[in-house]
Design a protein around this ligand. Structure first.
Ligand code: ADP
Ligand code: MG
Length: 617
């Protein structure tokens, strides 16, 4: 066949394959055009999964009547003047591909008017061919109606999923833009029913309340950070969920870069999830809405036709600013759950404080004692403040004898001297009052009365201790005087022995023995009577994901060992044991949750006690 140029319509249909994959991509392009036109109000309607009809109405600048046909020509754009502009794109569109692509695979009606014109224009175009162009009366702005999408490309139509899943993809994309542009009012109408409507008053939290409900809206923590200058300038703002509020998928992650909606996966999702390190349960994901801004020259949006992927020129820098911002938000927002007595006043107040982005812990002098006075008081009751312990670390203890039970080692320094506890953990100094139900430690601090779950707290301590030891390749081991034989099923022992080298890094020395394994050494933190249960659990985790990544492997080991190492519920603790436990907890980087993400403590404030006892109204 001779070489010839493709005709316009076929070329547009090929391009449409890239830009218009499914109804949701039409919605995306039309919403972006409306935003570029400066719209303050955007109404998106879809029928029949968007295949029968999509309509996007805006109150933006409109298209001049004599340019409306041009808008549907390929590579026609009002948004780029020269190639240089490509390096500092400030609009969402710039390729001039969306309208011609959509018009090549659907029947399109464009009704538009610029504010200064008396009459608007209605252009009808189908399969890339202009059908009619008539003057018409209409409000200022643009309404684009797209009917019978893919009517002339049946193959593409067949690739679509069910109407319901196309509808939900449309809803997801409109939600993302509503979150990205809280100052614009979005309305989504599906098959004639209003699904949501945002106010467009600039309040991101109000958008979250509309989309995700009041509970979530109230709970989210503010993120705010700014760093660098010129091309290295990065700002991150948004809202994230506290660790105890999670979802089972990544569908609640929303990332924007210079006001573009990005795919909620890849490097940015990893940065966010890593910032929650150990605070989330396996398979759970946070809710996060993150608005990133960088210098326009430090971002390349011309990576993909749908523009949903971008390249940061200084990606590592952006990631580190974001990671730190989220970590800070989690630490300052990490709430010790407050005793859940009916107390609307306090709940409201906590909500207000969070809205203002302020620390939501109660004032440090709630008992009526100043912080300094408290420290003095406490040091009379207890032996030394945790700060004093840190600066004069005690000598490293010999590993505790396994028979001594899984108690926190009183002689060990709170954390290895090379990795002092971050000051940001901000757990108040706690004074032990006693133990209840052989399960909870009662303690007090300036903020009020704490109930601490002894098992969860010790899990957290052991977890961080092991993590530090492992990071320094120095997991303490104890050689067993009498090697222990552990019965296992053949698969389990094969799995463990097959990973013997990796397990040795964690202090295990294993050999084949009958149908099980012979254990010659174990991590110092593991009590001997937990050995069998721990090995079974490790084998189970190994079976669960054979080709797991080193990080997953590390996480699985840490969680298993921490869990089997810990003080159990139902175990009596002496006053001194409780005191040591709390001192070590105070040194943890994330003392308020156990490695599974559950709280280690709850707080009852003096004000609540007073109210419960009717001392105050
Ligand atoms: P791009 O957005 O990349 O410029 P499009 O094909 O999406 O390309 O749109 C072509 C042009 O049509 C735009 O540059 C803009 O001038 C005009 N246009 C499209 N939609 C609208 C709208 N909703 N309001 C005003 N102008 C619009
Ligand atoms: Mg566009």
């Amino acid at each position: 066949m001779p070489i010839r140029l493709l005709d316009e319509t076929i070329a547009a249909q090929i391009a449409a394959g890239e830009v218009v994959e499914r109804p949701a991509s039409v919605v995306k392009e039309l919403v972006e055009n409306a935003l570029d036109a400066g719209a303050q109000r955007i109404v998106v309607e879809a029928r029949g999964g968007g295949l029968r009809e999509i309509r996007v109405q805006d109150d933006g600048c409109g298209i001049p009547a004599d340019e409306v046909e041009l808008a549907f020509a390929r590579h026609a754009t009002s948004k780029l003047n020269s190639a240089d502009d490509l390096w500092a794109i400030r609009t969402l569109g710039f390729r001039g591909e969306a309208l011609p692509s959509i018009a090549s695979v659907a029947q399109v009606i464009c009704v538009t008017r610029v504010a200064t014109a008396e009459l608007g224009v209605e252009l009808r175009i189908a399969g890339g061919e202009v059908q009619s162009r008539l003057p018409c009366g209409c409000p200022a702005g643009t309404t684009i109606t797209v009917r019978n999408l893919f009517y002339n490309t049946p193959v593409r139509r067949e690739y679509l999923r069910s109407e319901a899943s196309e509808t939900s993809a449309i809803s997801a994309i409109v939600q993302q833009y509503a979150l990205a542009y809280p100052e614009v009012s979005f309305t989504l109408v599906i098959d004639g029913r209003v699904m949501f409507q945002t106010a467009g008053d600039g309040d991101l939290r109000a958008v979250v309340v509309e989309l995700y409900g009041l509970e979530v809206g109230r709970a989210l923590l503010p993120v705010q950070a700014e760093a660098g200058a010129d091309e290295l300038w990065v700002a991150a703002r948004g809202l994230i969920s506290p660790p105890d509020l999670t979802r089972s998928s990544r569908n609640y992650l929303a990332f924007f870069a210079n006001r573009r909606v990005l795919q909620p996966r890849g490097a940015l999702a990893a940065v966010v999830e890593n910032a929650y390190h150990t605070m989330l349960m396996k398979g759970r994901f946070p809710i996060a809405i993150i608005d990133l801004r960088v210098h326009p020259a430090a971002i390349d949006v011309n990576v993909h036709p749908t523009k949903s992927e971008v390249k940061f020129r200084y990606a590592a820098h952006v990631h580190s600013v974001l990671g730190r911002a989220i970590r800070d938000a989690l630490i300052s927002g990490a709430d010790i759950p407050v005793w859940d007595a009916p107390d609307p006043v306090t709940a409201q107040r906590r909500f207000e404080l969070r809205r203002l982005g302020q620390e939501s812990s109660p004032a440090p002098s709630a008992w009526g004692v100043g912080a300094a006075a408290w420290d003095r008081e406490r040091s009379r009751w207890d032996v030394g403040s945790p700060a004093a312990q840190l600066t004069t670390p005690l000598p490293l203890p010999s590993p505790p004898a396994p028979a001594a039970g899984p108690l926190p080692d009183p002689g060990s320094p709170p954390s290895p001297p090379s990795s002092p506890a971050p000051s940001g953990s901000a757990l108040p100094p706690l004074r032990v009052v006693g133990q209840v139900g052989l399960t909870y430690i009662v303690a007090e601090a300036p903020e009020g009365m704490y109930l601490i779950d002894q098992h969860a707290a010790h899990e957290r301590i052991t977890y961080e201790k092991l993590m530090n030891q492992y990071a320094q390749r120095a997991v303490e081991t104890q050689q067993l005087l009498i090697p222990q034989a552990v019965e296992l099923n053949p698969e389990a022992s094969a799995l463990l022995l097959g990973n013997a080298a990796r397990l040795a890094e964690w202090g295990f020395s294993l050999e084949p023995w009958g149908t099980g394994v012979l254990v010659r050494a174990i991590p110092a933190t593991l009590p001997l009577d937990e050995l069998s249960a721990a090995l079974h659990e490790m084998a189970e985790r190994l079976a669960g994901r054979g080709g797991s990544s080193p990080l997953e492997w590390r996480e699985a080991m840490l969680i298993t060992l921490a869990c089997h190492t810990s003080v159990r519920a139902g175990q009596p603790l002496s006053h001194e044991e409780m005191r040591q436990l709390l001192l070590q907890l105070e040194q943890c980087a994330s003392p308020r949750t156990c490695p599974h993400g559950r709280p280690t403590m709850i707080l009852m404030t003096p004000a609540q006690l007073e109210r419960q006892f009717g001392r105050r109204g």
